[in-house]
Design a protein around this ligand. Sequence first.
Ligand SMILES: [Ca+2]
Ligand SMILES: [Ca+2]
Length: 214
Amino acid sequence: MHLIQKKAALGIKGLTILCVVLGLFTNAEPAQDAEGELTFLKLKLESLKDRIRHLCNQYSDLAHNCSAPAINCTECPDGWVHVGDHCFVLSKDTDGWLNSTLKCKDIGGHLAILTTKEEHDALEKEARRIGTFNPFYWLGLTDIENEGNWKWVDNSTLQVSFWNTLKSEPDNNESAGKAGEDCAVVDTQNQNWYDVPCSFQYRRICQMDAIPLK
Ligand SMILES: [Ca+2]
Ligand SMILES: [Ca+2]
């Protein structure tokens, strides 16, 4: 009886060790599988990118020989709006202008530098798609250094503007304080710009360069 109990105990011990060893293997396998799958997916992604590049280049070459509009073989991150060589994204949260510049930097971009009607059209469409009570968004445009001398966040001077001149913008209105209005927003419903106090809270448009595929 005593011997049988000993054997049974040994049997349980052996079974436990076997289970632990099996457990080690079964735990190790998914990790190896995941690593293998990741490598496979990376290869597949690269292969698909090559394919897109190839197709895009073919399309561009064809477009040169017919009346089809030219396209740029570039891409934007998911959720960003692609216009020409640039990508734009509209924030959901609001903040002051300075913090907004930092938040755009955090995601690898800068506050939007809008120079064309095409960009305004695309952003109006995107803002309407998102839908919000307040259609105003920060732009990367300020005259904080030198009153009346409007500069973009890349330090370039303002060439083409979309100020709401019917309302005498920019007017550096001091009704909200002596600091006046040194930061610009775009009204995405009518594509007009306004200068407003930099401390006001608005959503923002961040921008980055589209990634060339060629
Ligand atoms: Ca001003
Ligand atoms: Ca104003």
